[in-house]
Design a binder for this molecule. Structure first.
Ligand code: AMP
Length: 231
């Protein structure tokens, strides 16, 4: 058997700890060690959201407002459409909106959120997760597969019908109705009627945008109405 001095693997040979036996704090890094010790973030991996703007401030709301796009004459002449897709493109703005709505209803023991198709699904679904509530979709006719309740109503620019699965709410359950925009209030009222058909209680309405000049709030009173931005 050949006896001899065992040599270290080349990597350890150059490391400071190996040289000092770990007893002394390392002096200058050797040439072999990388200068930057921070891990490199792989392309396409996003860090968790750390809002630089606090969510409850006037600045935060001004930031959200700046991201809502006005589209004149859509879907018909005379209507200024409040487009929230530009808001959703900003995770920070979405976060501010959800925080703002969640904190207003956090102590209300909400059993279920009824989100109105389609944009009410976006905010309602995320809010349901935050408030630990069920999410129940109120949909346009013919979309839900099982037996439904149905309510018809008038909107700012058309007449329409909403449907909800029968038995999707607990009797006497506490329900929050969520949509992106409150205009005349017809849509939210129809969703509330669907809730009442199932003998549950609407304890509030939550919107991102309220078009105050169309009087939706008055139509929904005396039930609590909350919105992040009023025009
Ligand atoms: P209303 O029933 O009149 O309160 O209308 C509310 C519904 O219509 C919501 O689902 C909104 O998404 C949509 N809506 C009405 N007016 C507007 C508007 N000016 N901009 C964007 N969405 C609107």
């Amino acid at each position: 058997m050949k006896l001899g001095i065992q040599t270290m693997p080349s990597k350890e040979k150059h490391s400071t700890t190996a040289r000092t036996g770990g007893l002394r704090s390392p002096a200058k890094p050797s040439r072999a060690e990388p200068k930057h010790t921070r891990p490199v973030r792989p392309v396409g991996v996003r860090t968790p959201i750390q809002p630089l703007i606090q969510t409850g401030t006037i600045e935060a709301l001004a930031f959200v407002k700046s991201l809502i796009r006005d589209v004149p004459d859509f879907p018909k002449p005379g209507v200024v459409f409040k487009d929230i897709t530009t808001l959703l493109a900003s995770p920070r703005a979405f976060h501010i909106v959800l925080d703002g709505l969640a904190e207003r209803f956090i102590g209300e023991h909400i059993d279920a959120i009824v989100g109105i198709e389609a944009r009410g699904f976006i905010f309602g679904g995320a809010l349901a997760a935050r408030l630990n509530a069920s999410f129940v979709p109120a949909r346009k006719p013919g979309k839900l597969p099982a037996a439904v309740d149905q309510v018809s109503y008038e909107t700012e620019y058309s007449s329409a019908t909403l449907e909800m699965h029968k038995d999707s709410l607990r009797e006497e359950g506490r329900v929050l109705v969520v949509d992106d925009v409150l205009a005349t209030g017809g849509t939210a009222w129809a969703a509330a009627e669907l809730v009442r058909k199932q003998r549950a209680y609407v304890i509030g309405y939550a919107f991102v945008v309220e078009l105050g000049f169309l009087g939706g709030r008055e139509r929904l009173l005396p039930i609590r109405v909350e919105s992040i931005l009023a025009y």
